[in-house]
Design a protein around this ligand. Structure first.
Ligand code: FES
Length: 177
């Protein structure tokens, strides 16, 4: 499926440290993805012009998306209350391997020499979009947060518009006090 889905804002990702959402992959399986802030570049004195800096800041996404699963074991990095992060690295809660938030690469611990599977996103005007053809956005939060799937049963089957309540015998049942 092509197209893109607006997920959240870069500001939210930075504020919350990680932003978890559920996707459906190409095999029709649900999976989880996290958006994390990537503050790789120190925008020191390099760009003199502040407009330039701002443009660079928003164009240079500052956010990356990774499948929410450690490469060592099937351990969620964000267990529903934000991923543990330190110095631009995502810390696996199980054995403590740390993954670079910008590259997804891990050079330490049990998950050493592996890279988190990346999910394609785009950032535009401070908004983050899912653009990966392999994933379809399902909902914000963990898989469980979606509850039972297909819970979207609106009042859809009231086709015959009988919206008046005339099923009461319209007699003279007038009870007054
Ligand atoms: S499960 Fe993540 S380092 Fe072991």
């Amino acid at each position: 499926m092509t197209g893109r889905t607006r997920l959240t804002t870069t500001e939210t990702v930075r504020d919350e440290r990680s932003w978890l959402f559920t996707v459906r992959d190409q095999y029709d399986e649900l999976d989880e993805v996290i958006l994390v802030p990537c503050e790789e570049r120190e925008v020191g004195e390099a760009t003199a012009d502040s407009a330039d800096r701002q443009a660079a800041d928003s164009a240079d996404s500052g956010v990356e998306a990774w499948v929410n699963r450690c490469t060592h074991e099937a351990q969620r990095l964000d267990r529903g209350f934000g991923a543990a992060m330190r110095d631009g690295q995502i810390i696996c809660p199980k054995h403590g391997s740390m993954f670079d938030a910008c590259s997804g690469y891990c050079d330490n611990g049990d998950a050493a020499d592996t890279t988190l599977p990346a999910v394609e996103i785009a950032v535009e005007d401070g908004a983050v979009y899912l653009t990966d053809d392999g994933y379809e956005f399902v909902h914000e939060g963990s898989i469980e947060d979606g509850g039972a799937e297909g819970g979207e049963n609106g009042a859809g089957d009231a086709d015959e518009s009988q919206d008046d309540d005339d099923d009461m015998p319209s007699s003279t049942s007038h009870i007054g006090f």
